[in-house]
Design a protein around this ligand. Structure first.
Ligand code: GDP
Length: 131
């Protein structure tokens, strides 16, 4: 997912370019606004955390781009491409290093396992919306 900060700052094209140039295939893609309820559902795994309320408010503050990406070793390679959750700790050249300003507004989301990628893909896309 490209988060509201990166969408608002005009980075959709640059981020998708980096993703595809890094060997990922886009198999589903959409621009969508999450309600607070849907953002809360997406991040429900974090609902006991202190930052949950801020996270939900931020993720419903503007449109996001949702995508399903395919690649061998996709989870690990995508995590490497986006960099650390806190952009101040993200390696130079990573998406968060280049496009994120803070741990809240950190430009992109990535699934942390194949199982969660399946769940999160189904959250955003029907079978009809995938190629
Ligand atoms: P990710 O997989 O790198 O996106 O990180 P997580 O799944 O652990 O957390 C989800 C999102 O919650 C992160 O991308 C951050 O935007 C936010 N987040 C995580 N940890 C913190 C924190 O300690 N403080 C704040 N303010 N936000 C956090």
């Amino acid at each position: 997912m490209i988060k509201p900060d990166a969408v608002a700052n005009g980075h959709i094209g640059a981020i998708l370019d980096k993703i595809t140039k890094s060997g990922f295939k886009i198999v589903a893609l959409k621009l969508i606004a999450l309600s607070e309820e849907k953002a809360g559902e997406f991040y429900s795994v974090h609902k006991e955390r202190g930052f949950y309320k801020d996270l939900v408010a931020f993720m419903s503050s503007g449109p996001v781009v949702a995508a399903i990406l395919e690649k061998d070793n996709a989870i690990e390679d995508y995590r490497k491409l986006i960099g650390a959750t806190d952009p101040a700790k993200a390696e130079p050249g990573t998406i968060r290093n280049l496009f994120a300003k803070s741990i809240d507004a950190n430009a992109v989301h990535g699934s942390d396992s194949d199982e969660n990628a399946e769940i999160e893909g189904n959250f955003f896309f029907s079978a009809f919306e995938r190629v």
